[in-house]
Design a protein around this ligand. Sequence first.
Ligand code: TXA
Ligand code: MG
Length: 315
Amino acid sequence: MASAKDIASAAALLRAGRLVAFPTETVYGLGADASSAPAVARLYAVKGRPAEHPVIVHFASASLAFHWARSVPEAARRLAERFWPGPLTLILERGEKAKDFVTGGQDSVGLRVPSHPVARQLLQAFGGAVAAPSANRFGRVSPTNAQHVRDDLGGDVDLVLEGGESEVGIESTILDLTSGDPVLLRPGKISAAQLEAEAKIKVGTKKPGSAPRHSGGLERHYAPRTPARLVETFRLDQEIARLGDKVAVLAFSRPDERVDFWLRMPREPHAYAQRLYGALRELDSTGSELILVEAPPAEPDWAAVVDRLRRACGG
Ligand code: TXA
Ligand code: MG
């Protein structure tokens, strides 16, 4: 775990316009001073991310976060009260502090107050706003430990803060509150039903093909290098029989002796999410031609995991 000294160095680096990777409860983030155009430009260059994609801005508290919004709807206050610090990002109309270089030129800004103790200490020590996408190269699987970050970004990041394995394992739930109708832009550990119950709102889902600037909305995102395919349980056996030792398998069931690389996943969605990206990285490194993924049950509890699996499988 990062020491007090590491946190102080990280905050100093951020102030100097440098890049710091840090743990959050969802995935590791690659942080830059969100008020500095050159720092954010460097962040985009290292990520390999198109400049018109907005980035989430991280804060130590809800009151600091809301300074970046032009107005804060009642629903946002309720949700912040209940779920921050935690794995929820709110999209609000941007205030003056949110410049084009963090919003991708949009009139909205993504705000998040993470709960991981190292993230909180860093944000408190820095005091300002930290722009942070997941600390992987654009389009690849998000990192859930410090080693994943070093594997992906190597010397391009000035410091990686150590914070163990990310507890949630998949990116934050994103809720767009910029119009009268709240829209779930990305499912996550906090479900649409929880948001609805807490804020007394009705949450819609985005229409396929809409919100083109939401990079998590690109079909092939969060993807391993090896092609991956979702397979219903009843077809798994026949696919293995057909493809044999060329495949690696991510499944609920026990390993099959015909397959060399098999990872068995938990039957509970939160535990599955926590393991997911590490498992994809592991299977990606086996040199297999294809990753077969046993499809989880079609139930609301699995929505966030299924969303990430679909993207990993190319939409
Ligand atoms: O869990 C997370 O949210 C992680 C950790 C590091 O906090 N961050 C993360 O950031 O996933 P990133 O940049 O990889 O994904 C953020 C998503 C992107 O799809 C981005 O386009 C979208 O949020 N986003 C950010 N600001 C937005 C805005 N103003 N309107 C719509 N989408 C926005
Ligand atoms: Mg990402």
